[in-house]
Design a protein around this ligand. Structure first.
Ligand SMILES: Cc1cc2nc3c(=O)[nH]c(=O)nc-3n(C[C@H](O)[C@H](O)[C@H](O)COP(=O)(O)OP(=O)(O)OC[C@H]3O[C@@H](n4cnc5c(N)ncnc54)[C@H](O)[C@@H]3O)c2cc1C
Length: 481
């Protein structure tokens, strides 16, 4: 009863927040300015990626047909698609830190289907999204194979674990409905689940075949020489500090400038500092840990018998994956494991939070009681780009329709940000026929209020409800142009 009351109170507050956003952004936008703050990647993925030379920063002026800001999955997949389709075009990629330094090199490694924020779409659209993301994973793995990229990955499936009998039953019914429209998921009852993954509170699970795990940092770093062979110019340690719109656009960096006919915002959770999507996105910091490489025996004792990973069905989602080498990567699971910092700060001070790490270990113990003794070898934090309704934003904007963007994937971007390159390449070619009608392409977004309402609202909702602020049904909102 109290729970329902608090949830509906939180929902009313969030709706009021979107209305407040409409009237407060015009003046608050001038009061608050965001700054790009970065630190260097620290993660299990970095430990397992051989060092590579950092490319020189941009010095002086260059011109480009297409300039990409950000060297994560979105930036590299777009550079790949565009330079393959038009080898003669000048594509320049500027990365503020080093390639893969953002979410792409710090995530939980789960390579998943479907798109966050699209849970309420009609059956045809759901089937279309499932087909696209499934094809997205195929294309990514084909790219790795075609170019023999040294990227550790596996595709033996992941599960969503349901932690109440009622929700497991509902998930079972949903799987049957999904199977009727061609989505090949499979329901596992609790005994079947335990044979794969003995998650303590698992009452059932949905197995998604063909999904898996990937070392994102290895992927991005392995892409760099390939992109250069395709003619892409890459500059690292080169933050874009200003974008002046026009034809051409003028981009300023600390020691140089780029004149470009078109640009791509591939900056995800860091985008606000460029002045774009400040009312649409907020950076959320997710804390993770990784264990030492577990022997097959240790994995059996833990209860991890198969599968690449899992997430649970709770709002403060727990997510975990297992590398081929036996490292367990774990994140989320509580309010403490996620942080929003005042005024969209993009760097978590100190690199990690002891409180968050204690909470992670506690949640991991809840899922796998046998994990208490496992040695933890790496702890880190990464910056997610979140929208208010969790729907990503992909499209083109600006008076001259020359600013392309793909961002706001929340915790579900490994597949979609790698597919984003193909989508943006088609939009750049002026052909959106493959993607038309998808709710996250050229869509609307719900506005998030500015500071100090944003920070106060986040604290209030997370403390009242134990959940993250999220509008349940994407509805109308502002057009992203
Ligand atoms: C902790 C964590 C766990 C996650 N787990 C999963 C998961 O298990 N499965 C899943 O599907 N998704 C997961 N995600 C989400 C997924 O990793 C992201 O959606 C995806 O990596 C986004 O890629 P991107 O290239 O758009 O952004 P990023 O990888 O963040 O790249 C943006 C880049 O832009 C650069 N940049 C920013 N501003 C500028 C500027 N002004 N000038 C130049 N460069 C700039 C940054 O330095 C950064 O390198 C997770 C994310 C995090 C943070």
């Amino acid at each position: 009863m109290a729970r329902t009351f608090l949830d509906s109170l939180a929902q009313r507050m969030l709706r009021a927040g979107t209305q407040l956003a409409d009237c407060s952004w015009p003046w608050a936008g001038r009061l608050w300015h965001e700054r790009l703050e970065l630190d260097d990647t620290l993660s299990l993925w970095a430990d397992q990626t051989p060092p590579s030379p950092v490319r020189a920063p941009l010095r002086g002026g260059v011109t480009a047909d297409l300039e990409i800001i950000g060297g994560g999955f979105t930036g590299t997949s777009t550079a790949y698609a565009v330079s393959r389709r038009w080898p003669e075009r000048r594509v320049v990629l500027l990365e503020a830190a080093t390639l893969g330094n953002g979410a792409s090199g710090r995530n939980g490694g789960l390579m998943l289907n479907r798109v966050n924020g699209c849970e309420s779409v009609d059956a045809d659209t759901a089937a279309q999204i499932d087909r696209l993301t499934r094809a997205g994973i195929d294309a990514l793995c084909a790219r790795i194979a075609r170019h023999a990229l040294p990227v550790d990955h596996r595709r033996d499936g992941t599960v969503t674990v349901y932690t109440s009998a009622e929700r497991a039953e509902a998930a079972h019914a949903a799987v049957e409905a999904d199977n009727r429209i061609g989505i090949p998921t499979r329901f596992l009852n609790s005994a079947e689940l335990r044979r794969q993954l003995a998650v303590e509170q698992g009452c059932g699970a949905v197995l998604d075949p063909g999904t898996g795990q990937i070392n994102g940092l290895q992927l991005v770093r392995a892409m760099a020489p390939l992109l250069e062979r395709q003619g892409v110019q890459i500059y690292e340690r080169t933050p874009v500090v200003k974008v002046q719109e026009g034809q051409p656009l003028l981009l300023t960096t600390p020691q140089g400038e780029v004149r470009a006919d078109s640009i791509v915002l591939a900056t995800n959770g860091y985008t606000g500092a460029l002045g774009y999507f400040r009312d649409a996105l907020f950076p959320l910091h997710s804390h993770l840990l990784a264990t030492a490489a577990l022997t097959v025996e240790q994995r059996q004792q833990l209860g991890w018998h198969g599968l690449a990973g899992f997430s649970d069905d709770l709002d403060r989602i727990s997510y975990a994956s297992m590398t081929n080498g036996g490292h367990l990567v774990f994140g989320g699971g509580s309010n403490q494991a996620y942080s929003y910092l005042f005024n969209n700060r993009t760097r978590y001070p100190g690199g990690m939070s002891p409180r968050a790490q204690a909470s992670l270990q506690e949640t991991l113990r809840r899922h796998f009681p046998g994990s208490a003794e496992l040695p933890v070898v790496q702890r880190w934090v990464g910056t997610l780009g979140m929208t208010f309704d969790r729907r990503p934003l992909i499209g083109v904007r600006g008076e001259r329709r020359n600013i392309y963007y793909a961002l706001g994937y929340s915790g579900h971007g490994v597949t979609l940000a790698n597919l984003a390159g193909e989508i943006l390449c088609d939009l750049y070619a002026g052909d959106d026929s493959r993607w038309r009608g998808l709710p996250f392409v050229q869509g609307h977004y719900a506005r998030i209020p500015p500071e100090p309402l944003r920070w106060a609202g986040y604290q209030l909702v997370t403390r009242l409800t134990g959940q993250s602020p999220r509008l349940p049904q994407p509805s109308g909102g502002k057009r992203a142009d």
